[in-house]
Write a protein that binds this ligand. Structure first.
Ligand code: ADP
Length: 261
């Protein structure tokens, strides 16, 4: 800031410099140490949901009680508050989900990919219909031997993102293809959406990392892909992305193929 003398002319210049490298390094360590985050997520998510539900339901009650006395600005403020509570609830649910992956033994079974793809698209029926998304499936007859719920969770997250990260003036086109890769099956979910720059490929799989605006592309938490990565690695597979900005992205994960009987 400028300091002026009595004559109004600048006499000093005061500048404050803070070295943020220590804090940045600590944040980075926390992001990379999933174990600590997991522990935190598990404890916090249980305790946070209950009071949050109370806040949301009392806000609704206040609005109902006020009835016609709710002025337009009051309605707007209540709307922001409810929206904030909803976003926080989504975040807590995702944290809970993240910490749940990998707890307990995996429920390994044989299943055809087509079965899990059908369940994933059934669960996303509303989002698919509202967006007008078209889904193409190839190679669904391949049989995997893995945790079907983990696989469902991954597919659902990837399809939901393919719908969400599509420009508003474009109809989402999603193509899911399964193919054999030695002892594994590779499942790709390709979209025609906004795409991801190469430099961000690693970042998007880390917790709380979002590239695109919440306003434009819906309220995400930045945890979905971290959940996918953890689920896929638990099945002994890998998750990767290839993308061209403005053209679309392809997320590919692998999971163990069933041995021939
Ligand atoms: P979010 O809850 O924000 O969707 P994710 O972990 O699922 O969190 O994704 C992290 C970020 O990666 C998103 O915020 C978005 O910027 C980017 N992303 C994920 N999937 C896609 C996709 N199919 N196309 C373009 N960007 C994507």
């Amino acid at each position: 800031s400028l300091v002026r003398g009595e004559d109004g002319r600048m006499s000093h210049l005061v500048g404050v410099f803070s070295d943020l490298s220590g804090r940045k390094a600590a944040e980075q360590r926390l992001l990379e140490s999933n174990a600590e985050l997991e522990q935190f997520a598990y404890v916090a998510s249980h305790d946070l949901r209950e009071p949050l539900r109370m806040v949301a339901s009392y806000l609704g009650m206040i609005e109902r009680k006020l009835g016609p006395a709710v002025t337009p600005d009051l309605k707007e403020y209540l709307g922001y508050a409810v929206d904030g509570a909803r976003r926080m609830d989504a975040l807590i649910l995702d944290l809970l989900e993240y910490s749940r992956v990998g707890r307990g033994a995996p429920h390994t079974r044989r299943f055809a990919l087509a079965e899990v793809i059908a369940r994933a698209s059934g669960n996303l029926k509303v989002a698919i219909e509202e967006s007008g998304a078209e889904l193409f499936v190839a190679g669904g007859d391949l049989i995997a031997e893995a945790d079907g719920e983990d696989c469902l969770r991954v597919l659902q997250n990837l399809i939901a993102n393919a719908i969400k990260y599509c420009p508003p003036d474009r109809q989402p086109g999603i193509s899911i293809s399964c193919r054999s890769e030695g002892e594994m099956i590779a499942v790709s979910v390709a979209d025609n959406g906004i795409g991801i720059p190469d430099s961000q490929f690693d970042r998007i799989f880390r917790m709380f990392q979002r590239l695109h605006g919440r306003q434009e592309y819906g309220g995400g938490t930045g945890i979905g892909l971290a959940i996918c990565k953890k689920s896929v690695e638990r099945m002994g597979g890998t998750l990767r992305v290839a993308s061209t900005v403005g053209m679309g992205s392809t997320f590919t994960f692998t999971l163990p193929a069933a041995a021939a009987v």
